[in-house]
Design a protein. Structure first.
Length: 683
């Protein structure tokens, strides 16, 4: 019978084989390993610890690093390529772990200077599945998760995650107060540009868990973790805080506080300063001023504000309606409470966002103005004012407020998301959209659960396709679906992305129809199905779907897809509904008149083509050809549009379309070069 040592070696060899079979998958972790081994997680952890004195996550990382060394020694792959082929989401994190494990940089492996011994036991080569080559755009993650390495070695990145504070009070109703302390600590640290602070949504997954600190830090791609617990006892706040160096899993700063509730703001500011000092980040005088600014002198008002935060941050209709009266109570106790006014303005904006007949314009205007009046340097006040202008569709006026909000809170994932959406949907700009999509991933590093990761990759995929990075976009849409096949948007975005690859509109139509059949209430997919039939000039089928869309849009009072009214009008006209077609065209003409985006001239060209004015249409296309950073969809679908077909006989059509295509690819090349310079892409 084999002795215990032999059985242990056999077990570890089996574990290594499973890890190597999945080594290129970044998301293959302890839970996935336990499932593959047909073991409980606890039993797996116990056995690995017994035979290696390592945690399961450490053992997985060690196997990845050993395989990385083999690839560096035996292939011509770059360090970046190797890091992704062994499942590291960040090149710089791979380098950091490699140096800690082997005592030298991975680049030295090819010089024959790397040590190949492993302390646990010798790793043997095993047959493992072929590694799929990952596109160079995945190097984006290197920048997103960790800053560039200094020439003198690996510097710990100034990045931190503030975990949800534990409520130590016997009164569970005090949870909102403890959550508020955590939110304040997070908010203060987010105001420091020299520090990367991951978002609230990213850390929420670790509420009430016993996950080891190194594993949390690896998931969130941060160097430091802030843990806290607190309670409110009468008029006093008791708070315990510690800052942990994740690489060593050791506290580098810890402190206990006992203060009166009236001194809670001084406490929050002190915590932020001491954490910043411990990490050695640069805090500018302006940042310090914003950190130390008291939101209110009235603690009753602040208590109502904290009660409003949890429902407010859900952004759901129900949550916002619960938050509004609490914000109003806060203002009753402090009529100059800027954060509460901003909360009200933002709440009413989201309640009204998709309604044709706006109900809350007055409230949004009033509360946003008061927020700015009482604190013009608050990111929340500036965001509220931006939302007022977006509510009024005065988008050019909104943009400076969003950009200033990000300046005052450079780690605000909420503002970054709004800027990303702004450049994706409201005032489309492919370069800016991609920039903020990448920034969003940086702030949501390790992004909470698989659903969040799925939507993060969806957003990035959409940004990439709009900028003309087709293959890269396909990879990210596939990742989005891998993380969450039930993602509401990825299944219908994917056929559109694939159209950019295969240029087969009938295939795209069939794929979209299948997606729509799974949920026939989806108007976004419905109008896309109708459009694919329209592009094929199958007007009877297009009419079938557009009619459903129009009825649903009208019955729900929705202000959506106004830019497609000309297509709907064309279909109705072809089906003999001339009066209704004229109504749709008038609506489209009104849309063109009010369009402030770079696409106004392209929209006007379609309008003139519909009216049978080819010279004016070509003139507008020439104006559009001078614009920058327009979407790849223009190249893919403009010439496919039946309304544009009569223009093809115009002597200026071919030339102007060549200009539009050439300008897009010039912008694409500039963007690619810019990303490469910043370390986001490599060739």
């Amino acid at each position: 019978m084999a002795d215990a040592s032999t059985r242990g070696e056999e077990f570890l060899e089996e574990v290594e084989a499973v890890i190597l079979d999945n080594v290129s998958s970044e998301q293959f972790g302890v839970s996935e390993l336990a499932e593959a081994m047909s073991m409980s997680r606890s039993n797996l952890l116990r056995k690995i610890k017994k035979h290696t004195n390592l945690s399961a996550s450490q053992f997985i990382r060690q196997v990845r690093l050993k395989k990385g060394m083999e690839l560096l020694e035996q292939t011509s792959l770059t360090v970046s390529e190797v890091s992704y082929q062994v499942g590291f989401g960040s090149t710089s994190y791979f380098i950091k772990c490699y140096r800690e494990r082997f005592g030298n940089a991975p680049g030295e492996a090819r010089k024959g200077t790397a040590e190949t011994s492993v302390n646990v036991h010798s790793l043997k080569p095993y047959r493992w599945s072929a590694i799929i080559a990952v596109s160079t755009v995945l190097l984006i993650a290197s920048y997103l998760f960790f800053k560039k390495l200094s020439s003198s070695g690996v510097e710990p990145e100034k990045s931190v995650a503030v975990l949800p504070f534990k409520n130590e009070s016997s009164d569970s109703s005090n949870l909102y107060f403890v959550n508020g302390l955590m939110e304040a600590a997070l908010s203060n640290l987010q105001k420091i540009k020299d520090l990367r602070v991951v978002s609230r949504t990213s850390v929420e997954q670790f509420r009430d868990t016993n996950t080891p600190i190194p594993e949390i830090a690896e998931t969130l791609h941060v160097s430091y973790i802030v843990e806290g617990s607190g309670q409110r006892v009468g008029d006093r706040v008791l708070l315990n805080i510690q800052l942990i160096d994740a690489s060593r899993d050791q506290p580098i700063w810890a402190k206990q506080y006992s203060r009166k509730v009236v001194d809670v703001f001084a406490l929050q500011n002190e915590v932020a300063r001491e954490i910043a000092d411990a990490i050695k980040v640069i805090v500018t005088p302006a940042e310090l001023e914003r950190i130390e600014r008291k939101p209110t002198e009235n603690m009753v008002a602040y208590d109502y504000y904290l009660q409003a935060l949890d429902p407010f941050l859900t952004r759901t209709h129900e949550g916002l309606e619960r938050a509004i009266p609490l914000f109003e109570k806060a203002i009753e106790h402090d009529p100059e409470f800027a954060l509460a006014y901003a909360g009200l303005a933002i709440s009413y904006y989201f309640l009204d966002i998709y309604q044709v007949n706006k109900q809350y314009t007055g409230q949004i205007s009033n509360y946003a103005d008061k927020a700015l009046l009482y604190d013009a340097k608050s990111a929340e006040s500036l965001t509220a004012k931006a939302f007022y202008y977006m509510h009024r569709k005065e988008f050019r006026l909104a943009l400076p407020y969003l950009e200033k909000a990000l300046e005052y809170n450079p780690n605000s994932s909420f503002v970054v998301q709004m800027l990303s959406d702004f450049y994706a949907r409201i005032t489309p700009n492919t370069a800016k959209y991609l920039e903020y999509a990448l920034k969003g991933i940086q702030l949501d590093a390790g992004g909470s659960d698989s659903t969040t990761k799925s939507y993060t990759y969806l957003h990035l995929s959409n940004a990439l396709i709009q900028a003309g990075f087709v293959d890269e976009s396909i990879k990210y849409i596939d990742l989005s679906l891998d993380y969450n096949p039930q993602n509401e948007y990825a299944p219908y975005v994917k056929p559109l992305i694939l159209y950019a690859k295969h240029k087969d509109i009938a295939r795209t139509q069939r794929a979209l129809e299948k997606v729509w059949q799974k949920d026939t209430t989806r108007l976004d997919i419905l109008q896309e199905v109708a459009k694919t039939f329209y592009f094929q000039e199958k007007y009877d089928s297009a009419f079938y779907y557009y009619q459903k869309f129009v009825k649903a849009r009208e019955s729900r009072g929705l202000d959506i897809y106004a830019h497609d009214d000309v297509k709907i009008g064309m279909v109705y006209k072809q089906m003999g509904y001339t009066a209704q077609a004229a109504d749709f065209f008038r609506a489209y003409a009104n849309y063109c008149d009010n369009d402030e985006s770079i696409y106004k001239s392209a929209s006007m060209a379609v309008k003139y083509a519909y009216e049978g004015k080819p010279d004016l249409a070509i003139e507008q296309l020439n104006l559009f050809a001078a614009q920058d950073n327009y979407q790849y969809w223009i190249l893919l679908f403009l010439e496919l549009d039946p309304i544009i077909q009569p223009l093809k006989s115009h002597p200026g059509f071919k030339k102007v379309m060549e200009k539009i295509n050439a300008h897009f690819w010039v912008d694409h090349a500039k963007l690619k070069e810019s990303l490469e310079v910043k370390g986001l892409l490599t060739t």
